[in-house]
Design a protein around this ligand. Structure first.
Ligand code: ZN
Length: 271
C-alpha cells in the first residue's frame, strides 16, 4: 500500500510537470474506483489551469481554479506523467490530459484509489475535515500526543495509526517508530509519560523523513518509470524481522497481531 512517504514523493514528482499547465480534459476508462469518478469531470476541468498541488494525509489535492481534484492511491495506485500517445495498459483507469501533450495517468489494479472533485475549501471535504495533524508539521508535538492519549486504554500502536490523532503513520512506520522510541506496541496509550510522547513524536518524524529522503532518489525517473508502486527499501529495525535477532541487543524479534495488522517488536528494547 502506498504510504505517506510514497505519496509525498509522488507529489514532488508530479508538481513540476503539473504546475501552471492547462488541462485539456480527462479520460475515464473505469469509473468504479473506491467511489465513482464524477461523470462530468471533463466539463469541470477542461480549460482550467493547475494553480497548486499539495498533500493532506495520503490525499493529493490538485487546485484547478474552479475546484480541487482530490486523488488517493488506495491500496495499489500510482500516478505517472507520460506522453499523450503512451499505450494504455490494463489497469490504467484515469488520465488527466494536459494541453502540452503530456498526461497524468492513474494505474490502480485493485481499484481502491479515488478521483474526486471538490468545489470550495478541500479542507472541509468530508474525507479531510476530521483528520488530525500532519506528522511532519509543528502542531504534531509532545503536547498534542500527550493530550490525545490521556485516559486511552487502546494500544499505543493503534492510537498513532488513528488518523484522528495523527495522519499518515502506516503500519511499517508505526512499528519502526515504536522500536526507535523503546516503546512496546501493546502499551496502553494512556500510560505514556510526557517525555516518552516527545520521544515517540521525534521517532515518527524521523522514520517518515528518512523514507521521504530515500524516495527523493527515485524522482529522477519519475516521467518514464515503470509505474510500479512499492515501499522504499529501508533498513528496518523490526518490521518484517520476526524471529531474527534485534540489531541493538540480539534478542529475538517478536510478532503479534494488533487490529488485523502485524506488530514486530523487541521485548528487551521496548518497554
Ligand atoms: Zn533489542
Amino acid at each position: 500500500m502506498p504510504e505517506l512517504p510514497e505519496v509525498e514523493t509522488t507529489l514532488r514528482g508530479l508538481a513540476p510537470h503539473l504546475l501552471g499547465q492547462r488541462i485539456a480534459g480527462v479520460a475515464i476508462r473505469h469509473p468504479h474506483l473506491r467511489w465513482p469518478i464524477p461523470k462530468n469531470l471533463h466539463k469541470l476541468l477542461g480549460g482550467q489551469n493547475i494553480r497548486a498541488i499539495s498533500r493532506r494525509a495520503k490525499y493529493l489535492l490538485v487546485d484547478c481554479g474552479s475546484g480541487t481534484l482530490i486523488l488517493h492511491l488506495g491500496m495499489s495506485g500510482s500516478l505517472r506523467i507520460l506522453p499523450a500517445d503512451t499505450a494504455i495498459e490494463k489497469h490504467d483507469h484515469f488520465d488527466l490530459l494536459l494541453a502540452n501533450g503530456l498526461l497524468m495517468r492513474l494505474r490502480d489494479p485493485r481499484r481502491f484509489g479515488a478521483v474526486l472533485w471538490c468545489e470550495g475549501d478541500p479542507a472541509q471535504h468530508p474525507l479531510l475535515a476530521q483528520l488530525g495533524p500532519e506528522p511532519l508539521q509543528e502542531n504534531f508535538d509532545a503536547d498534542h500526543l500527550y493530550r490525545a492519549t490521556r485516559q486511552r486504554r487502546a494500544a499505543i500502536k493503534l492510537v498513532i495509526m488513528d488518523s484522528h490523532v495523527v495522519v499518515g503513520v502506516g503500519n511499517i512506520y508505526a512499528n519502526e517508530a515504536l522500536f526507535r522510541a523503546g516503546i512496546r506496541p501493546q502499551l496502553a496509550a494512556g500510560k505514556l509519560s510526557k517525555p516518552r510522547c516527545a520521544r515517540l513524536v521525534h521517532t515518527i518524524r524521523e522514520t517518515l523523513t528518512e523514507a521521504i529522503a530515500l524516495g527523493g532518489s527515485s524522482l529522477r525517473d519519475f516521467v518514464h518509470s515503470d509505474g510500479k508502486p512499492g515501499y522504499f527499501q529501508q533498513h528496518y529495525g523490526v518490521y518484517g524481522r520476526a524471529g531474527e535477532p534485534c540489531h541493538a541487543c540480539g534478542a529475538t524479534i517478536k510478532l503479534i497481531r494488533q487490529g488485523q495488522r502485524s506488530s514486530f517488536y523487541c521485548a528487551a528494547c521496548q518497554k
